[in-house]
Design a binder for this molecule. Sequence first.
Ligand SMILES: Nc1ncnc2c1ncn2[C@@H]1O[C@H](COP(=O)(O)OP(=O)(O)O)[C@@H](O)[C@H]1O
Ligand SMILES: [Mg+2]
Length: 259
Amino acid sequence: MSQLIYERMRDAFEQLNMPRALENVDALLDRVGNNELSVVELLDQLLGAELSARRERSITMRLKLAGLPGIKTIDQFDFGFQPSLDEGKVRDLHTLRFLSNGQNVIFLGPPGCGKTHLSTSLGHAAITAGEMVHFTTARELFAKLRSSSGLHFKRLTANRAKLLIIDEIGYEPLDHEAARNFFRLVCERYERGSIVLTSNKRFSEWGELIGDDTLAGAILDRLLHHATTFAINGPSYRLKEKRRVGFLDDGDRKGGELR
Ligand SMILES: Nc1ncnc2c1ncn2[C@@H]1O[C@H](COP(=O)(O)OP(=O)(O)O)[C@@H](O)[C@H]1O
Ligand SMILES: [Mg+2]
């Protein structure tokens, strides 16, 4: 191979933004020279390496944009600790079929039962599968919705993601504007983009939470039309950890929460 062609090839990899191929090409050419690799295998390995590097980069970028509170996966979840949870159903969700149909997922339950863990692990699975995800707490979301209006609202990253995770609905009551914005968001995403939502409140308490039974009914009607709901009825994993390291004894526990 003439020096000129070799340099032109390296230059082409650079211009095509293929750094991984550039990095690997010399070692692969050596193996072709030693008859260890065919030309087709060379091309296959070169392109394969570049594609997997691109996939890694795009996952890293989408992870950064998603704002997940950490990396949690389904394999880190101890189903033995939470027997009220249907493991098969939760695992099935991680196949992400619900995303293609714009269906919603709702995790209800007391503090520490794994709601944020499971919603984060769904987010992580979706990002790995190539989807855009946006994680937000209810408090952040309603503050953002308050400061946006009209067209702006549609362009919010929160609204454009294929999967919107809203964590911790119910810790603070919603005022009328927050409730109306929540309704608009749920309507805009209805059957288009999935919502994963976590709450410590039962649906029967949403009227009080939102301060308007009719609006709460309208939100729940759309949210629940195509949704899988998990009402986790179990102990706090945080308390288990604390007890394990000796911070608590059973007298510190009351109604599944810290006193
Ligand atoms: N069943 C479980 N197996 C493993 N870790 C768990 C389990 N449930 C909760 N955790 C961990 O305990 C902590 C609290 O869980 P989290 O999901 O934040 O609870 P919640 O959002 O319901 O208050 C997190 O670090 C989470 O990863
Ligand atoms: Mg939580």
